[in-house]
Ligand binder design. Structure first.
Ligand SMILES: [Zn+2]
Ligand SMILES: [Zn+2]
Length: 269
């Protein structure tokens, strides 16, 4: 129901995915992980969650849609080849990448992960893959020798004095760290792993609110238009509160659909 307005008013279409195939799962995960996911009640939505992320990538690559927002019920970025946890079951982004490489000849991918937590599963799967740029804003500082695996710390609260907010400092950090790397890297498609667990009051609270996410949405949409013909997939990550999802997500989708619409259609968020 939270999406009814955006589905009526914008160039937005809702797709319902089928389950991800076992063939594809076995190209990323071990049989043991798949059995473990089957037995975990927290993972009941894992097949359709990953199926949606994979399907969105295919529709973007085939030109049916320009970009996508993938809702998930079970997360992805803590899921590695043989281990899962932290509300993550199958690595949805990795499955999408493997599928796009095989079916569409895409090779290079850039991922911005703004979930509050380190994307350890995604990092492990692509650790030695120079064609995946993985920039993860998770509170630690790291850069691999080849520059394709990067972790960024959270802004220091001392950066937020004199009217400057945590939203400003966080957005500055993203906009100084990600776009130039992407321009040099020249990916075929961009992913934004969007967790809102960083929002005030959610379980990874670092003091962010709506405008920070919406500004990142605009940045990602414009960057994708600049470097890869607009091909952008936003994949939902962590976040637990229904009222936050209801408030935060429609403006992100609106931004994907058009020009900075959250500022005019969702004044004040
Ligand atoms: Zn998280
Ligand atoms: Zn990280």
């Amino acid at each position: 129901m939270a999406l009814d307005g955006i589905l009526l008013r914008c160039r937005v279409k809702l797709y319902e995915p089928g389950p991800v195939s076992k063939d594809l799962l076995l190209k990323v995960h071990t049989p043991g992980l798949i059995e473990g996911v089957k037995g975990d009640p927290l993972c009941s939505t894992a097949w359709h969650s990953a199926g949606g992320v994979v399907m969105a990538g295919e529709k973007i690559a085939g030109g049916e849609i320009a970009n996508a927002f993938a809702f998930i019920g079970a997360g992805g970025h803590h899921s590695a080849r043989d281990t899962f946890g932290g509300y993550c079951c199958f690595n949805d982004v990795a499955l999408c990448i493997v599928n796009l490489r095989e079916k569409h000849g895409f090779r290079r991918f850039a991922i911005l992960d703004t979930d509050a937590h380190h994307g350890d599963g995604t990092r492990e799967i692509f650790l030695t893959d120079p064609d995946v740029l993985h920039v993860c804003v998770c509170g630690q500082e790291y850069e691999s020798p080849d520059g394709t695996k990067v972790d960024l710390g959270f802004p220091d609260p001392r950066e937020c004095r004199g009217g400057r907010t945590m939203n400003d400092a966080y957005f500055d950090r993203v906009s100084r760290s990600f776009p130039d790397r992407v321009r040099r890297f020249r990916p075929d498609l961009l992913f934004w792993y969007f967790g809102f667990d960083t929002h005030q009051g959610d379980y990874g609270d670092i003091g962010l609110t709506g405008p920070c996410y919406w500004n990142i949405a605009v940045l990602m949409r414009n960057l994708a238009e600049e470097v890869c013909g607009g091909k952008l997939e936003v994949v939902l990550g962590g976040g637990s509160r229904t009222e936050l999802a209801t408030k935060l997500i429609p403006p992100v989708i609106g931004t994907l659909a058009g020009k900075d619409m959250w500022q005019t259609e969702f004044p004040g968020g």
